[in-house]
Design a protein around this ligand. Structure first.
Ligand SMILES: [Zn+2]
Length: 356
């Protein structure tokens, strides 16, 4: 079979920003939903896609609504969570992704609350059980498909009561978990760092010697960047498109070499960076030699592969060289230990040469 456009140019990839709980295969959602009697009105892949795939520029809230439809299929079910994580590895390998950092919220896949957010009913599958299950599945998947995967655990902005437990899980599972993140609807905490549970969780993780990234300035103001850098002490920013609203904050990102995990297709569909006549933020990042990578974000909802995102970046105006550079940026800004990072970069060098 002839390779898809984009596959031949970029055979080896690195992905830093993908929500594993937003990367389920459509077929798997249907299979598991059928066994649990969920989303009964979706019988075919086409029905399901109509329900959850965001196919035109929309809002971040619309994306979050799709999650509420399909995450319940996995939430609270060990076998389903295992399958989700295991297939994630196979999908990486099929796309030529040699290293991925898979992020997820342990709490959104658990059911040990009186009113679980996504699980259909309460049960005894705890956030800790979720991390145990995902870690086992990723370990087996990485072995079977010959790739490397690490985990990033997400706090959720509108559930501050979970964050300290997330920090504890990061520390406990530090063999497989490399970092903490904060995701969900975007708004400034505005709380003092000594009071805000998210900021306290980030602090705890930093003291433990683990890494930090945060969703910021995807759809709201550049103010979020200051909070992420100065109060969450992040080393990378998820998205960051709106940093361009404030030249001062943008220049700081450039000067400090803060890595921006950009997601081309997602940026259009969330309204984070509408694809209009103006220059797309990712093209500006590339032209200014900012430290950025290209990522899929939520393949279940966006129905995209990483190659689709590279091709979309090309439509924004990025050159093949700029895309290759972004793959090396991702490797160098990954949260792997130094020696493993060096090996990852040299793996890329064997494919793309050493000029990057
Ligand atoms: Zn994200």
């Amino acid at each position: 079979m002839a390779p898809q456009p984009g596959e031949a140019e970029f055979p080896l990839k690195v992905e830093l920003h993908v929500h594993m709980d937003g990367a389920a295969r459509h077929q798997t959602i249907l299979d598991v939903a059928a066994t649990r009697g969920l989303i009964p009105h979706c019988k075919t892949i086409q029905d399901l896609k109509q329900e959850i795939v965001v196919s035109k520029p929309s809002t971040l809230d619309r994306l979050l609504h799709s999650f509420a439809t399909f995450v319940p299929v996995f939430a609270g079910n060990r076998d389903a969570v295992y399958r989700l994580a295991y297939e994630f590895c196979e999908d990486c390998a099929l796309q030529g992704i040699t290293y991925a950092e898979a992020r997820f919220s342990p709490h959104l896949l658990a059911n040990t609350f009186e009113k679980p957010v996504y699980a259909p009913e309460p049960g005894n599958f705890s956030p800790r059980d979720v991390v145990t299950t995902v870690s086992e599945a990723l370990k087996q998947g990485a072995l079977d498909f010959n790739i490397k995967v690490k985990e990033i655990l997400c706090c959720i902005r509108n559930f501050p009561e979970w964050s300290l437990e997330v920090a504890g899980l990061c520390r406990e599972f530090r063999d497989s978990v490399v970092a903490i993140d904060v995701a969900g609807p975007e708004f400034l905490s505005g709380m003092d760092p000594t009071q805000c549970p998210h900021k306290l969780a980030f602090k705890e993780v930093e003291i433990a010697g683990l890494h930090r990234t945060a969703h910021a300035s995807e759809v709201t103001s550049s103010e979020m960047i200051y909070e992420a850098l100065d109060e969450y002490h992040v080393e990378r920013i998820g998205h960051g498109y709106r940093s361009l609203d404030c030249e001062k904050v943008y220049q700081r990102l450039l000067k400090e070499g803060i890595h921006l995990e950009t997601c081309p297709i997602s940026s259009v569909f969330t309204g984070g960076a509408p694809n209009g006549k103006v220059i797309h933020p990712i093209l500006r990042f590339a032209e200014d030699k900012a430290n950025f990578s290209l990522n899929t974000d939520d393949p279940t909802v966006l129905d995209n592969t990483l190659t689709d995102d590279y091709l979309t970046a090309k439509e924004f105006g990025l050159s093949d060289d700029q895309i290759t550079q972004s793959i090396f940026n991702a490797a160098r800004s990954s949260f792997l230990p130094d020696e493993e990072k060096r090996l990852l970069v040299s793996e890329l060098v064997t494919v793309y040469g050493d000029q990057w």
